[in-house]
Design a protein around this ligand. Structure first.
Ligand SMILES: [Cu+2]
Length: 247
């Protein structure tokens, strides 16, 4: 009896899996791109690079030969660089001269155009891509074109996370660097950082009441990882002696 019951459980487990998978694919709208992209060729497939998070969206694309993947570079400074499957975060360019590399393409607050890298798909082979900026690759900024199974992107991301450091590509290869107007881009830029705080206030006491507007958004700005963008908005009064009664 127990064995029959466990057999039943097994059967249920087996049949449940496909529907789980289907549910996953049907999930967020960004993955709809993947489903629509399988049949015909000669389409432009947008992929957003960076933004509020250092990722590719979507990070799995099924493309036909003749399609063009248009990487649209959002906030930060990123690349699209091809690696071998087993060597994430390392440029395949080092051994294969035709391997993809976009170069570094930034997006800064206030930009009205968006840098793009238009990559024609010339082969149906699986292609492994990463961002070569800083630790972005280790942090998960990787993607796959034409994966052979659903697990591949996870394996690639895990391998990337375990890799030591990224290496940069050297030459822009495999696509065209261009730009599009921001209003037709596939993303809304991350909120601009608060404007630089006003020059040092002459009086130490006055500004406290005047500045509540400037302080709130600055703390929320998600740009902690962007190199060279240190916003020091917290104005600490010179006097430290403030015996706080609270523990
Ligand atoms: Cu990046």
């Amino acid at each position: 009896m127990p064995s029959l019951f466990s057999l039943l459980l097994l059967a249920v487990g087996v049949t449940a899996r496909p529907s789980l998978r289907a549910g996953r694919q049907a999930g967020p709208s960004k993955f709809v791109v993947r489903q629509e992209v399988s049949a015909t060729a000669n389409r432009i497939i947008p992929v957003v690079v960076g933004g509020a998070q250092d990722v590719f969206v979507p990070n799995v694309v099924t493309a036909a030969v003749g399609d063009i993947i248009q990487f649209q570079f959002s906030n930060g400074n990123h690349t699209v660089t091809q690696s071998a499957a087993e060597s994430p975060c390392q440029p395949l360019q080092a051994t294969v001269a035709t391997a993809i590399h976009s170069g570094h393409i930034p997006f800064e607050d206030g930009q009205t155009t968006v840098g793009t890298f238009n990559m024609p798909v010339t082969s149906a082979d699986t292609m492994f891509l990463y961002c070569a900026t800083g630790p972005h690759c280790q942090e998960g900024q990787v993607m796959i074109v034409n994966p052979t199974n659903d697990q591949q992107i996870l394996d690639y991301a895990n391998l990337a996370a375990a890799s030591g450091q990224s290496a940069d590509g050297t030459t822009v290869v495999g696509g065209t660097v261009a730009s599009i107007p921001l209003e037709v881009a596939a993303f809304v830029p991350a909120p601009a950082e608060a404007a630089a705080p006003p020059a040092a206030p002459p009086a130490a006491e006055a500004p406290a009441a005047e500045t509540p507007v400037a302080e709130a958004p600055a703390a929320e700005a998600p740009a902690a990882e962007v190199p060279g963008t240190t916003t020091t908005t917290i104005t600490v009064p010179p006097t430290e002696a403030t015996p706080a009664p609270a523990a």
